[in-house]
Design a binder for this molecule. Structure first.
Ligand code: GTP
Length: 600
């Protein structure tokens, strides 16, 4: 606007100045003619205009500053001074152009005080150059401004993204922005005027909100052109559609809505989440399948894995003895030591070394050959004891008394065995003869529930022999096939406890001279050599006639079973390879021998 007015103003000046030119004759010192003469092109472009100006040097001086200011942004200060004047014109803008023209006329008055500027004119020697150009430069001038304005349309879309929060509603708001786009390209005064006329009011309302950011940006461009600053408002004018600001206000609400919407979208994911739901279901199913690990490893695999520690230690030591060495007295002695340290026992160790010496003495022997010989000899020792448990059901019930040291696995083994028997169709009754531990009684009851076997129990501390007697009678009355009696764990050197155990056996014999028909001792494979003594004592006191080697899983001392078998020659009915109900397996001499020897 200001520029436009200035032009108008300038033209007005020209007319006035033309009249005053004569008075300002003294100014002619400016050598425009010479300059113009040097630039014929300029003359061709605006010959008439220049010709008129030539005789009117003073007028050019007055105009020069204005035009120069327009074209030359470097001297914005003088321009801005007149700008404030056009600013008041802004209110006049609503009024058509004619009004501002007279108002601008006073502007020339300030131009008068500018005479100092004309003094600067001598400096303008550079200015004169633009003067010849002014007209042509006025054309290029907008071009430099255009690039500045060009960014505006781009920046305007930028604010648009800011508005994005209220996307749907704001869309119309953005539309006015495009209207602004055409405006900026109109650095030329005319377009600004067109756009400016209508929108001004709206711009005022709208400015407080968005103009801040946008206008400030474009502001730099207008600064060179005082009018540009004024132009900014017209840019807002397109926005004046400001009734939409209301929409903007509404926008925030929708924004709030859309925000939850995305959240809702996250929630609705559950909808597609039906898939996730299914996943959750699958996950739940998986744990349910977890128990399915029922497809457990075979008992032999578990036993072999359980004996792995024993095997690794043993085979490793054997390999250490027979690495590139011939079989001689020293190697045989070393091998014997290794086997004894593996709890196989002196007897078994000697059997192995004697076997090797008889066939391989003086020859190179590999550790695998030694292990093969060892497996064979161990199997020979175990085979006689690896016998299945036989129940004489002519006895009703067949009484099984389970004894052993504390914690060797009596109660657990009873549960496992009851499961096998009931699974085989036998009726089983359980007697909680461990009256010293409440937990033992409860533990047996649990096993009874699991195996659907009735449990005979008494109060804590009751006489174990009396309980056994009562249980035997009840089993008879019930017609049970098997009565399994649990007993309190006790160390073999505890005379009183061992006497109590002896009493139980004696009481049972009163009901059936052959009872208990089976006396099982649980032997903890992790016990080591002490197990030999345990079996010795319990065998003498309770008449143990069968063994269950427990906890063979995970022990490095599985060799003790061989030593016990070799010494006591008691049947080994089962081996325990875990805590689960099916972790009680019949004992196999060959498999055990191969497993402990590290044979495939
Ligand atoms: N790893 C493993 N643990 C076993 C085995 N047999 C029993 N156990 C565990 O050994 C612990 C003792 O088992 P119990 O059956 O209570 O032993 P107990 O001889 O009845 O014990 P007392 O009543 O105190 O004499 C329990 O934690 C059992 O789960 C087995 O073969 N392998």
């Amino acid at each position: 606007m200001a520029g436009f007015f200035k032009k108008i103003f300038s033209f007005g000046k020209k007319e006035v100045v033309e009249e005053q030119i004569d008075e300002t004759a003294p100014l002619p010192p400016i050598k425009w003619d010479q300059l113009d003469a040097l630039k014929p092109a300029a003359e061709q472009v605006v010959p008439e205009f220049l010709k008129r100006e030539e005789p009117q040097p003073a007028a050019k001086v007055a105009l020069a500053p204005a035009e120069q200011e327009v074209a030359l942004s470097p001297e914005p200060a003088p321009v801005e001074e007149p700008v404030p004047e056009p600013a008041p014109t802004i209110p006049s803008e609503p009024e058509p152009l004619p009004v501002p023209v007279p108002e601008e006329e006073p502007a020339p008055a300030p131009a008068i005080p500018e005479p100092p500027a004309p003094e600067e004119i001598p400096l303008p020697p550079a200015a004169p150059e633009p003067k010849p150009e002014p007209l042509p430069q006025e054309v290029p001038a907008p071009t430099p401004e255009e690039p500045e304005i060009a960014p505006r349309p781009e920046r305007q879309p930028e604010p648009a993204p800011i508005e994005v929060p209220a996307p749907p509603v704001e869309i119309p708001v953005e539309q006015p922005a495009p209207a602004e786009v055409p405006l900026p390209p109109s650095p030329s005064v005319q377009p600004t005027l067109e756009a400016g006329a209508a929108p001004h009011p709206a711009a005022a309302t709208f400015s407080p909100y968005r103009d801040g950011a946008e206008e400030e940006v474009p502001a730099p461009a207008p600064e060179p052109e005082a009018p540009a600053a004024e132009i900014a408002p017209p840019i807002r004018q397109p926005a004046p559609v400001e009734p939409q600001p209301v929409i903007a206000e509404i926008a925030p609400e929708p924004q709030a809505v859309p925000q939850p919407a995305p959240q809702a979208s996250a929630e609705p994911k559950p909808v597609p989440g039906k898939v996730t739901v299914s996943k959750k279901v699958e996950q739940k199913a998986e744990p349910a399948k977890a128990p399915e690990p029922a497809p457990r490893r075979s008992w032999f695999q578990r036993m072999r894995d359980g004996l792995a520690r024993s095997s690794r230690e043993l085979t490793g030591n054997i390999a250490g003895v027979f690495t590139k060495r011939k079989l001689d007295e020293d190697t045989l002695q070393d091998l014997e030591d290794v086997l004894i340290r593996a709890d196989l026992g002196v007897e078994t160790a000697l059997r192995v070394t004697d076997s090797l010496a008889s066939s391989r003495y003086g020859k190179d022997v590999s550790d695998s050959e030694v292990r093969a010989v060892m497996a064979a000899e161990v199997e020979k020792v175990l085979t006689p004891v690896a016998r299945p448990l036989e129940l004489d059901l002519s006895h009703k019930p067949h009484v099984i008394l389970v004894v052993g040291v504390n914690g060797t696995g009596k109660t657990t083994t009873i549960g496992k065995l009851a499961a096998k028997l009931t699974d085989g169709g036998l009726s089983v009754m359980l007697a909680a003869g461990d009256t010293f531990r409440a937990a033992a009684i409860e533990q047996l009851k649990i096993w009874g529930e699991r195996t659907k076997s009735p449990v005979i129990a008494s109060k804590l501390g009751a006489d174990a022999a009396g309980l056994a007697y009562d249980a035997f009678e009840k089993a008879r009355e019930a017609g049970s096939d098997v009565l399994i009696i649990d007993t309190a764990g006790r160390l073999q050197n505890k005379t009183e406890l061992m006497a109590e155990l002896e009493k139980i056996v004696r009481v049972l014999g009163k009901l059936d001279p052959e009872a208990p028909h089976t006396v099982l001792q649980t032997v903890d494979a992790t016990t080591g050599q002490n197990a030999l003594n345990q079996v010795e004592i319990f065998r003498n006191i309770a008449g143990v006639n069968g063994l269950v080697m427990t906890k063979l899983d995970g022990t490095a001392r599985g060799g003790i079973l061989v030593a016990i078998a070799a010494k006591h020659k008691l049947p080994v009915y089962f081996i325990g390879v875990g805590e689960q109900v099916d972790d009680l397996e019949p004992f196999s001499a060959s498999e055990f021998a191969r497993a402990i020897a590290g044979m495939a």
